[in-house]
Design a protein around this ligand. Structure first.
Ligand code: BGP
Length: 474
């Protein structure tokens, strides 16, 4: 029997400023950590992306037409404060007012993220999330946005604190591209959580009537085998990538077991434990009791086995299937059991992982009132068919198949008690990918980047049916 979703369940699309807006040098926007890094790397440019800066109304018109009732988007901090703090750029403020107005006209609810991987360059140079100035400037920017944009009813403080920190300081795929610095990774994560908590508490004090949450990337971790050594490797990986921040933001304290696992990783790498203060821990506790929702980004799962060698990683940033390597000293080695399907970027397609993650939040973090799946989808190599016209529908059966399986896992979790209130497909339209450029497409709407023309994919028609009926279409 087809699975259904509750009547008030929201079906939306997701995006992030730097990945869709383009126009990175327009209207006084300040530089961000990526600008210099991508220029030096020379592989791809964040311009034009999906040129949402000029095409937002077209994309929101399509959203309305294809049943996308909410849009996850982020404010580019440096469009509003080009230097991170100090002078305000009125053209940036006016742009977001126009976007939110267009959302309203098209009956699309904006879910607005304040930080989605795009730290202003000046603050990045001062140490990014490792710098206390960054934390304070972020809190001020958030308060400015709360006052300036009362039309926004759903706020998200930070997108994926851990992905940011891990990629900046452990795997080296985000600027400043350091590797093996677990100490910096944990400290940056903790600081992000403190910034998040301060903002949640400030928002609640302002009593603006909307909701506020945080978005986490949660990659469900399983042991490769039943051996104690593999189970422990999975526990270490889980503490590293999931458990510390789930504890910090959803329970308001780090459990002794979590801290012991974190310490084990740091000791193995001869690095110091991260610092906390009692005031920060009070802030975390207060925020966890006031949080309105958590956003879950889940695409894939991981299997870990014991590993005692040196850290070694290779990021598959081109879609060359089977090239990913991740072996971390003091944690373990990623190794998929046979028979698990992957994307060209080696992301394991495992809907059960989505179900297990949602149930974990439901069971282990009872303070959480609501869950939204804020990102899920499949990145694929897609191209415009020869002779395409404006009416051409791009066929993407693999995406539809992926969505069916993951949505079915979400429906199962809801029927088992998880309070999931909405689903945002990553992504609304094809957009720029941080480490993969333009070849990894996720959108419901195909973007021909050179002409910026939009084409409809089959999955958009499927999504409309899902959103209209609340039943997963066959
Ligand atoms: C999430 C990020 C998004 C997006 C997505 C897909 O972690 O929040 O910004 O990029 O992953 O990732 P990728 O573009 O690497 O395929």
């Amino acid at each position: 029997m087809s699975k259904t979703f509750p009547k008030d369940f929201i079906f939306g699309g997701a995006s992030a400023a730097y990945q869709v807006e383009g126009a990175t040098k327009e209207d006084g926007k300040g530089r961000v950590l990526w600008d210099d890094y991508l220029e030096k790397q020379g592989r791809f440019s964040p311009d034009p992306a999906a040129d949402f800066y000029h095409h937002y109304d077209e994309d929101l018109t399509l959203s309305e037409k294809y049943g996308v009732r909410a849009l996850r988007l982020s404010i580019a901090w440096s469009r509003i404060f080009p230097d991170g703090d100090g002078k305000v750029e009125p053209r940036g403020v006016a742009y977001y007012h126009r976007v939110f107005k267009s959302c309203q006209e098209h009956h699309v609810e904006p879910f607005v993220t304040l930080h989605h991987f795009d730290t202003p360059e000046k603050l990045h140079e001062e140490g990014d999330w490792l710098s206390p100035h960054m934390v304070n400037a972020f809190v001020d920017y958030a308060k400015f946005c709360f006052k300036e944009f009362p039309e926004v009813k759903y706020w998200i403080t930070i997108n994926e604190p851990t992905s940011m920190a891990v990629q900046q300081y452990t795997s080296g795929t985000f600027p400043p591209a350091e590797t093996g610095r677990f100490d910096k990774t944990f400290q940056a994560e903790h600081n992000e959580m403190v910034a998040h908590a301060k903002i949640v508490n400030a928002y609640k004090d302002m009593d603006l009537g909307g909701k506020i949450g945080i978005v986490h990337a949660i990659q469900t971790v399983y042991p490769y085998s039943d051996t104690e050594a593999d189970k422990h490797a999975a526990a270490l990986q889980d503490a590293f990538e999931n458990r510390l921040y789930l504890d910090g933001t959803l329970a308001g304290k780090y459990s002794p077991e979590t801290l012991a696992l974190v310490k084990e990783i740091l000791d193995a790498n001869e690095q110091p434990m991260f610092n906390t203060t009692p005031e920060e821990m009070d802030e975390l506790d207060k925020a966890a009791h006031q949080l309105d929702f958590v956003g879950v980004n889940n695409y894939f799962s991981k299997w870990l086995r014991a590993y005692n060698g040196a850290s070694e990683t290779h990021h598959n940033g081109t879609g060359a299937k089977g090239t990913s390597v991740s072996r971390l000293h003091g944690i373990g080695e990623e190794k998929r059991p046979d028979g698990i399907e992957t994307t060209d970027w080696d992301w394991a397609i495992y809907p059960r992982g989505m179900h297990d993650t949602l149930m974990r939040i439901h069971n282990d973090y009872p303070l959480v009132p609501e869950i939204f799946v804020t990102e899920n989808g499949i990145g694929m190599k897609e191209s415009l068919p020869e002779g395409a016209t404006a009416d051409t529908i791009i066929q993407d059966p693999k995406r539809i198949d992926y969505l069916k399986k993951y949505l079915s896992a979400i429906a199962d979790a809801i029927s088992e008690g998880a309070n999931v209130k909405g689903y945002f497909i990553w992504s609304l339209q094809d957009q720029f990918s941080w480490t993969n450029g333009y070849s990894k497409r996720y959108g419901l709407f195909f973007v021909d980047f050179p002409t910026q023309k939009r084409y409809i994919k089959q999955s958009a028609l499927w999504f409309k049916q899902l959103s209209d009926t609340h039943v997963i279409p066959d």
